[in-house]
Design a protein around this ligand. Sequence first.
Ligand code: CU
Length: 282
Amino acid sequence: MKCPGEKSHRNQARRCYGIAALSCVATLVLELTLGCCRAQLITTGFLMPHSSEPAHDLTGLSLEQLSQLDIVQPNVLGGHTHPAGEIMFGYTYMHTHMSGLYQGTREISPAEAFAEGFSTVHTEMEMDMHMFDVMYAPTERLTLMAMLPFKTESMLHLTNDNTRFTQSADGIGDLEVMALYTVFGDIRKGGHRLVVNAGFSFPTGSINVRDHADGDPSRPLVLLEYPMQFGSGTFDLMPGLTYLGDTGRWSWGAQTIETVRFGRNYHGYRFGNQYRVSAWGA
Ligand SMILES: [Cu+2]
């Protein structure tokens, strides 16, 4: 976090938190409004049956074979399971663009933010996320999955003396592992299924992400804002429940997954808990 000016240390600290809070609001609101702009460009996986058959990719399969593969909605976290012995490697690319400043739900101009005493505002943030995941089903009822994101981020700043600068960073995020246990139904028969999700997030993503002050390589490295940090810094529990429906031709589902954070990270903060609800059809 960068705070120019010859203020007392205490004053600076407060100003920093002010900016961080403002940026959090901007992030939250834009997540909602730009949610549909998240481009899910590529989602592929190849399935490796437990037998000695060579691995094949999806491009060699007929439409009918594709429709029989249980790779419904891979972009829904833990939203599908696999039959016993199957391994899936997945890759998802996601681009998130955020811009604008919000106070509550009202968009404000940088000038208004400066008038409130902020010395620097964030005008835009870009994030590219490459998500790698692997799934394996040791039994018919149990599927295990692990996911690790790689993030490239940049944030554009505007200061009250009208200087613009960019800070950027890249690195891995938090490793998530999840067990999906089918409590009702059978993946081979289709119909209705109920799956219990039990996930855990390890703080492998840095919360010490730094870049040069003012984006100027000659200046010292400073800690970047909360949205620029790669991980939560805490161990998080992710319990959830997934309902899957399948008639062979159509499939649909609904899911709720929570993220419950434990303690505080070594910088003394923690993110809020998350509650997610998704529904889909295909
Ligand atoms: Cu899978």
